[in-house]
Design a protein around this ligand. Structure first.
Ligand code: ADP
Length: 207
């Protein structure tokens, strides 16, 4: 976040004299408290200042970089997830390929007859299966998918940055967002590298 001149002045005053009330900051700048209110609100919301009732404003000591990292860690999966594209494990490889094109996704999640997560299919899984001479309409996806319990999953409350780290570490493009039940995992969303890219851009545009 770029600070304006007045906001920089306020920060300097709080650094030098904090804890200090809004009233006293206004006096030092020869302005009214009302004029300063929006700037104080911005500095507090952005994390540069902290306001304590009846005491005044403190300088948090955090740099722009630290505040950026704080913001990133606060981003949650549920705020950036997409709708998952799910197929049954008995569907043929041929139909899975058609679904991938029609739904315009790179990863399909595979569920069993109870709608619980059973596996994952990536583009290359399907390409690999297509290289052989098998009849694609006759092979069910559960023969070729990556299956449970080897699926990396995430939850809606997880920090997005943790999911991003796992995508890199495990060299995968997507993770299902799941809800844990007694029987297994229900698939409620998906996080892909695209969601992470969008989150990254939204951080820069936030002001
Ligand atoms: P691609 O294979 O098209 O490059 P990925 O990198 O996502 O796409 O997939 C690599 C392999 O990892 C595939 O075999 C895929 O089934 C598997 N895979 C994809 N997502 C997951 C996941 N969330 N958990 C475990 N394995 C996964």
């Amino acid at each position: 976040m770029e600070l304006n001149k007045r906001q920089e002045q306020i920060l300097q005053i709080v650094k030098d004299y904090g804890p200090i009330t809004g009233e006293s900051i206004a006096e030092k700048l020869n302005l009214t408290r009302a004029t300063l209110r929006p700037d104080l609100a911005i500095l507090t919301m952005a994390g540069y200042l902290e306001a304590r009732p009846r005491v005044g404003y403190f300088y948090t000591g955090k740099t722009g970089k630290q505040l950026f990292a704080d913001k990133m860690k606060k981003m949650k999966v549920e705020d950036y997830q997409s709708i998952p594209v799910v197929i049954n494990e008995n569907v043929s490889v041929y139909d899975a390929i058609v679904t991938m094109f029609l739904e315009d996704v790179g990863t399909l999640f595979v569920v069993d007859d109870e709608s619980l997560l059973a596996g994952v299919l990536s583009r290359k899984d399907l390409l690999r299966a297509s290289l052989g001479k098998q009849e694609l309409t006759a092979i069910p996806v559960n023969i070729i998918m990556t299956r449970m319990p080897n699926i990396a999953v995430c939850y809606k409350d997880d920090p997005l940055i943790d999911v991003a780290e796992q995508l890199i570490e495990k060299q995968i493009d997507a993770m299902p967002v799941v809800r844990k039940t007694e029987k297994g995992y229900e698939v409620i969303g998906r996080i892909t590298k695209t969601n992470i890219t969008k989150a990254f851009v939204s951080l820069a545009k936030e002001d």
